[in-house]
Design a protein around this ligand. Structure first.
Ligand code: AP5
Ligand code: MG
Length: 189
């Protein structure tokens, strides 16, 4: 199975490029952000818990997130593979993902790190906030999400370099151009 981790700061294009990868490679897409937003929309207990964290730009606690992830992943066990979008986001989550896949005789095939300069991230997310009304796409919350990214999530770059699965992708440019670079990385596997 092809298990792809798509990684990057808020607004780096994880969701955008995941949709293209799903279409071309027939993978199942797990976006933990989308899972949580669906729970909020449905007014579940999990959604109520998640909303407090998301609106404040903070991460949902690892133990909760890891449980959710394993449940969603097992729903896709007969597929060609999975693209993990927005997970892992902490070292604990990366360790848990490795262990969960190992228990199932699998591993991460590649980690794609979409790198985008901070001013461009801000521009993209402010624009999306205006267009779609996504609750955490306002300047104050975006700034908090970026702080959380640098302190808790960016250390995963070295984690995946050590794992041997890290690939850098320049996330600035046209969506088609970035997708071509992603395909090149996946096709080399
Ligand atoms: P999540 O939903 O994962 O949000 P995020 O990481 O902040 O990233 P985004 O979805 O905002 O950006 P993206 O990289 O997907 O970019 P996109 O393609 O949309 O997480 C939200 C929250 O949920 C977290 O803050 C946390 O609270 C919680 N959470 C989620 N996962 C968790 C976990 N594992 N552990 C704990 N908590 C968790 O693109 C952005 C915009 O830019 C779009 O409008 C798009 O059209 C545009 N765009 C894309 N590519 C380009 C391009 N090349 N040029 C110009 N514009 C572009
Ligand atoms: Mg996204």
């Amino acid at each position: 199975m092809l298990n792809v981790v798509i990684f990057g700061a808020p607004g780096s294009g994880k969701g955008t490029q995941s949709a293209r990868i799903v279409e071309k490679y027939g993978l199942n897409h797990i976006s933990t952000g989308d899972v949580l937003r669906a729970e909020i929309k449905n007014g579940t207990e999990l959604g109520k818990t998640a909303k407090g964290y998301i609106d404040n730009g903070q991460l949902i606690p690892d133990a909760l997130m890891i449980d959710i992830l394993a449940g969603v992943f097992d729903g896709f066990k007969d597929g060609k593979g999975v693209i993990f979008d927005g997970f892992p986001r902490t070292i604990a989550q990366a360790d848990a993902l490795k262990a969960m896949l190992k228990e199932r005789g699998q591993e991460v095939s590649v980690m794609l790190d979409l790198e985008v300069p901070e001013d461009e991230l801000m521009t993209r997310l402010i624009k999306r906030g205006q267009e779609t009304g996504r609750a955490d796409d306002n300047e104050e919350t975006i700034k908090k999400r970026l702080v959380v990214y640098h302190s808790q999530t960016a250390p995963l770059i070295d984690w995946y370099k050590n794992d041997g699965t890290y690939r850098h992708i320049n996330g600035l440019g046209t969506m088609d151009g970035i997708f071509a670079d992603i395909c090149e990385a996946i096709d080399k596997l």
